[in-house]
Write a protein that binds this ligand. Sequence first.
Ligand SMILES: [Zn+2]
Length: 667
Amino acid sequence: MKLPVFPYGGDYNPEQWPREVWEEDVALMGRAHVNVATLPVFGWAALEPEEGRFEFEWLDDILDRLHRGGVTACLATATASVPAWLTQRYPDVLVVGEDGVRRKHGNRHTFCPNSPNYRRLATLLVRKLAERYGQHPALLLWHVNNEYGGYCFCDQCAAAFRGWLRARYGTLAELNDRWYTSFWGHTYTDWEQIDTPTKNGEHSIQALKIDYHRFQSESLLDCYRAEAQVLREVTPDVPITTNLMGAFFPLDYHQWAKEMNVVSWDNYPYYNAEPADVAFAHALMRGLKEGQPFLLLEQSPSQQNWAPYNRLKPPGQLRLQSYQAVAHGADSVMYFQWRRGRGGIEKLHGAVMEHGGSPENRVFREVAALGAELQRVGGEIQGKRVPARVAVLFDWPNWWGLRYSSGPSKDLDYPKVVRAFFAALHGLGIQVEVVSPSADMAPFDVIVAPLLTMLRQEDADRITCRVEQGASLVATFFSGLTDDTDRVYLEGPPGPWREVLGISVEETDALPPELPNGLRWGEDEEHDATLLADRVRLEGAEVLATYTRDFYAGEPAVTRNRHGEGRAYYVATLPEAAGLRHLISLVCAERGVVSPLPDGPPPAGIEVTARGDLLFLLNYGAHPATVRLPEGSFVDHLTGDSHAETCRLEPLAVLILQEANSPREAP
Ligand SMILES: [Zn+2]
């Protein structure tokens, strides 16, 4: 899906402002090179002030003004924040929290996803919007709801959960077996005995909690589907999205992306976020739809208001962060929000237009300059893909299972471990797609599967098959322990991967932070090892590194097994960053997977990404750096400057290089 413009703009809340401000807004959007406004995300109360009475005149007016000003609309369905009249009349719409207490009216995302009244009223509003604006010339795409996320634990959800379980397991006997309810005598004899896992409820059956996550993620997805179905019916040609939030615990985005025409997400890194961690989030979002470009739907132009310390983005940082998103596959750069609100809890959230601000303000000037640049180069970039031969696997049900695992260590943090492996690849300049273990593995020569404790048999088989064909698998400690309902594989870990890895695991030790173990690679290389340490029995694999401490010193810590045409590595513990880099270099070198740069890893502080025939170089470091380029001569799309052999990057610099005599331009 390629939009007719490279969207630049963001959230706009005209319903919070009198109309004289609207005229100024549209004029200033022009000066900032804004070509898209997302609205009216929280407009339900203004669009339907009482049940069945719709007021669209104000939205007609602002959409017409935007269109006259050359601004398109990312038109929101406005169902994220329910009006006060609605919950007053239909209290069942209000969510019940994990504490079992029904929330009162207020805040946002406080609707029960299984409330028939919410579904009915939300889809009615969506139909009215689609019918009224489906042909409006400003309409660019549909923005369903907003940042879906809140779980509900009410009686409606409990009843729907039981229906969902009946459909999933068929019989109570099957459910009891899959959930292993004979534990502590928790066997169910009637479906009605199954309740939602509220704080004062069932927490010893982890399969119930994992299934409750699946169910709530699907319930919210059903809300999205209900809206999207109306939109597809009325406006079949207009793309539909909803804004996701990176590695967001409550929702299994791999299921969500299947329903979206284009993935979009909101990027709000802390001021001290590592560029590799932000790159991970982009790669995760891009990987949701087989590497298709995504939309950066929100970021703050200056500061947030909800972090512990809401630092300003110093000059140049917004541009750098925006191009990082673009380098990793974003086909838009958008903000929250256009104008800082006058009141409410987001009044201190950054915006393009500050309180009492003007186009002379620093943030406005930076936004306008970036808008002008993207207007020039965006079309060249749009639609291009970020090729990757390495997959890092990420799985939401596995995350849920690990979160509720009692043992072996309280420090088990699934995304943190995955990010550590991703960071090693990122530091080497190697492009990565972050994908589901259920994804098609054919495009990948190296498959890195950190901490995949829950390993579904069919995924294990497909990945094993890819190894047989010649790929390399990197599996880690505490993997292949359980099936998708958290039952341990009886043959012990790594379960379905025992043969491909050529090892089995006898015991798993938890390492307190003050008691790391060590890894010895051959004679001279040694690294700390943390978190967990599996004791490995060799069943055909060779030893690459051994433990240095404790009663299992000298036993295998990293192994490699030949399987078919491929190789399968087992990393029995978490090496420190240098150890991970050592391991990943070895694996990638064996498969000929390299950075786009001739010297391999970029200098410290430099990020390199190839997107289509473009080479993005970004400098996050505090110092200038010189990068050796591939053979040939290159033109920087941003400046028009030519570069050959090397190029120098000042701090915060961005280069978008294209080979000057690329084949399609040759005579
Ligand atoms: Zn509910």
